[in-house]
Design a protein around this ligand. Sequence first.
Ligand SMILES: [Zn+2]
Length: 190
Amino acid sequence: MLESRAGAVKRARTTNQFRRVEPAMMDRLWAPWRLQYIAAPPPTAEAGVCFICRGLAEQDDRRNGIVLRTAESAVLLNRFPYNNGHLLIAPLAHKPGFSELTDPERLDCQRLIERMIDRLTAVLHPDGFNIGVNLGRVAGAGLPGHLHWHVVPRWNGDTNFMPVLADTKVISQSLESLYDLLVATVNQTR
Ligand SMILES: [Zn+2]
């Protein structure tokens, strides 16, 4: 997943094992809008303000992309989504890992993940989901101090068309309209 296509091809040519090119080229989402995030300098320790805590401390949930707050957790839009509808589920408390969570927090986060899968299914009709946590910077965590789950809707055909469409794939829905859509539906059960 982390190897570039050029790197994979070079490695395959070097090792003369062309079959190894294929796995590196498969199942990779093309998300060029993430370049803004990737190209940004890494946050310094001094600047280490947690964006989840900062948003939760403020009142303007729309500006901060906070879709829903519950007793123990919250739903936020990922501003650098891998796919349309990419959400973050986090406990309200600034805690780095699973072992720090209380049982009410665990239950609330899990219920919120399930609830948002249900809501995303209702409004965006994805074919599947990736649900995951990056623990530690080495695992890709951009915010290692505040545990959060990624909920990423997936559609048939949302990978592997980079060679065909190249730069033409754009995220199909703005974060603002997605926010409005989710807020409108988040308390519905059907
Ligand atoms: Zn935090």
